[in-house]
Design a binder for this molecule. Structure first.
Ligand code: AHR
Length: 301
């Protein structure tokens, strides 16, 4: 796919000048997000040819929309953003398009009526992650009574992980509640679920942080996480992998947050008007309880 049509005329990056980037990060809700933010800031530096304005929206769509509009008034060379939810972006995406500012969608997806709203997307395949989790549960706990801890409702990872997991294990799901991808809300949701579904024997958590909150709730209820109630999560942050070593998590599907360097390369090409892939899928692995303490200690985030 060519970046032209969305690329601004006279884009500065083509000549090796500084590329002015407006970046709207959705928040700091999880260990994954912190690692992702650090990696992006590590690579979009002045030394690497970027002038980065990075704005944290604190999980609020209106803050993201405001940041994107500010980037339009600043006439940045390129915008990147990680949308907190999938819908509600039509107006601002159209405004970005009218301003001829190319957009790179990072990590999450959008659902919009705007035609050709972004030049490229970079991030994990969230449906593939849900599928990997579902296949492992089918293989190892085919009769489990499952409680699902959902991420932020209406976000790409919640929608896609849930649909793919439920396509395999949906008949076994006895209850669902959102923990908004945070440890604190995961714990609260799990406390209520332990009362509502005392017969659950497996939790599928859409991220590590909510799973870590679930561990606290399960232990407080006098049960053993990983044994009385199995826990399957997505992300693979250090704390999550430590829970695997400690046998409190049973299986973790990775969502890899480390793609700042690839993002920088993508931005340079887009601003230079070069052809880029419409979708760059970041590679994800899986981890089970055979992971060693050494591997966890070597994990950089
Ligand atoms: O969009 C990626 C997801 O967002 C990660 O799985 C989760 O931890 C984060 O909050």
């Amino acid at each position: 796919l060519s970046a032209c049509g969305s690329s601004k005329s006279g884009g500065s990056g083509a000549e090796g000048d500084t590329i002015v980037v407006g970046y709207s990060q959705l928040g700091a809700e999880s260990g994954w997000r912190t690692a992702n933010t650090e990696d992006i800031k590590k690579h979009l530096t002045a030394e690497n040819g970027f002038d980065l304005t990075f704005v944290d929206a604190q999980q609020k769509q209106e803050n993201q929309i405001k940041a994107l509009r500010d980037f339009i008034s600043q006439d940045v060379d390129i915008v990147a953003f990680s949308p907190v939810v999938e819908t509600g972006w039509d107006d601002v995406l159209q405004e970005l398009k009218d301003a001829e500012i190319p957009v790179i969608l990072v990590d999450r997806s959008v659902d919009t009526t705007v035609e050709d709203p972004y030049v490229a997307h970079i991030g994990s395949d969230m449906a593939a992650e849900g599928k990997m989790a579902g296949e492992w549960v089918q293989e190892n706990f085919p009769n489990a009574k499952i409680f699902e801890l959902q991420g932020t409702m209406g976000s790409g990872p919640q929608v896609d992980r849930e649909a793919a997991f439920d396509a395999i294990m949906g008949d076994n799901v006895i209850g669902k509640a959102t923990g908004n991808f945070t440890r604190a809300e995961g714990k609260t949701a799990m406390e209520a679920a332990l009362q509502a579904y005392p017969d659950m024997d497996l939790v599928f958590s859409h991220n590590d942080d909510m799973g870590l909150g679930a561990i606290e709730a399960i232990e407080a209820a006098g049960k053993k996480p990983g044994t009385d109630i199995a826990i399957v999560t997505v992300d693979g942050v250090k704390d999550g992998l430590q829970a695997l070593v400690d046998k409190k998590f049973n299986y973790v599907v990775e969502c890899n947050p480390i793609f700042g360097e690839q993002l920088g390369e993508l931005m340079k090409k887009v601003v230079a008007g070069e052809e880029v892939e419409k979708n760059t899928v970041v590679e994800d692995k899986t981890f089970d309880q055979t992971i060693t303490q050494e591997e966890v200690d070597a994990r950089p985030y």
